[in-house]
Design a protein around this ligand. Sequence first.
Ligand SMILES: Cc1cc2nc3c(=O)[nH]c(=O)nc-3n(C[C@H](O)[C@H](O)[C@H](O)COP(=O)(O)OP(=O)(O)OC[C@H]3O[C@@H](n4cnc5c(N)ncnc54)[C@H](O)[C@@H]3O)c2cc1C
Length: 424
Amino acid sequence: MSSVATGKHAIVIGAGIIGVCTANALLDKGFTVDVFDPAAPGSPDQCSYGNAGGICPGSCLPNAMPGLLKNVPEWLLDPQGPLFIRLSYLPHALPWLMRFVLAGRKSRVEKISQAMNDLHRLSYEAYEPLMAEAGCLDLLQKRGQLFVFEDRKGPEGSAYGVRLRRSHGVKVETLSARDIQDLEPALSAQFKSALYLPDQGQCPNPGRLVEKLAELAQRKGATFHREPVNGFMYEMGEASGVITPSGNHAADRIVLAAGAWSGDLARQLGDRIPFETERGYHVMLPQADTGLKIQTISADRKFVASPMEAGLRLAGTVEFAGLKEPPNYARADSLVHLAQGMFKRFEPSEVHRWMGHRPGTPDSIPVIDTAKRHARVTYAFGHGHQGLIGGAVTGRIVADMSAGLRPAIDLSPFRLDRFGLRNL
Ligand SMILES: Cc1cc2nc3c(=O)[nH]c(=O)nc-3n(C[C@H](O)[C@H](O)[C@H](O)COP(=O)(O)OP(=O)(O)OC[C@H]3O[C@@H](n4cnc5c(N)ncnc54)[C@H](O)[C@@H]3O)c2cc1C
């Protein structure tokens, strides 16, 4: 690759779902594109490989919701609880956690919810043409999403979230135990009530989706380089390219989409962003044979059961332990334990475990903005628990920004300056 930038040449750092969607959108706007990533697109090293597969236009509730704090002590004490903080990591995570708590105030939640809705409601509209072009429309299944409760009055505890969703026009239906059986007979009689969101969708193989979109980008002319970006080249103090083990690579535009690894690279550019890896786990059960069709979330036990091409995937949990600590697969195994009793048929004989790094901001929405001091660099990271949903829309937004066009949504909630102390 030439080290001299000419015309519309873009470098994308990271080939997860955000990187490959962005690469495609930039190509569609006439850019030539080089993508750098030491991992292969769609490989297990990426968070985009192992997620629960939800592509949910109606996902507009942040993780920090009013009242959440009172559950935290109980969760932390329960070894199978949905949240775990490695004690040695607590001092590191504390500032982020404090911001997370502040993001859960009602006034903030309503603004964040609006931003999430703006980004996510366009997810089908952005994915469908891309998947059609990549020949993988089978990877979007619009079967809705179920939140199931073991108590008849379960949905009452979610009333605020339901109101918030409905205020954005998201359809939410309340189901009785009998309705649940009619809709999803694979579930056991354990569930007495449910919320059903009929317009949500699911990808039955998120890794294959990333792979297919990378192949599409390649067909349209992108070059993928299996190496990391270690730093940036500068011209008159402004980032003008990237440095990799193979050399220096100049570019007109640089997009930082390195998921949970983006924080260090942004820091090199002078932007300190409150950013954590929210480690999550899944187990794949290829022989589970539950017959489940609809992605189902256990609202009480806080995990997701997703029917995948390769079997049943149980996914969830948030663990704060940084990027370097090895996985604690006991957390993955606890998902199998939590799922006992959930289905009429359940055969967990073969279990494949996985851990991935969610790129987490404290307010549950990504950073989509130009670097403070480097006009050529666009940030597109921090999609947390919803990067699959937001991938294709983010790609379009970044391509519009790069081409000097007005993006389809108001980007002010996604800006870097929201983390300033004034905005806490
Ligand atoms: C258990 C679990 C369940 C989830 N369920 C859902 C769900 O149902 N729906 C949903 O929308 N989201 C879900 N998510 C979140 C979603 O998976 C992430 O938000 C999304 O994958 C983030 O994509 P990304 O491209 O930013 O990061 P990644 O997919 O992690 O990609 C980042 C890439 O950057 C590369 N990289 C790192 N450092 C460098 C460097 N220096 N130079 C070059 N490249 C670099 C990495 O190798 C990696 O390939 C879930 C996550 C988990 C863990």
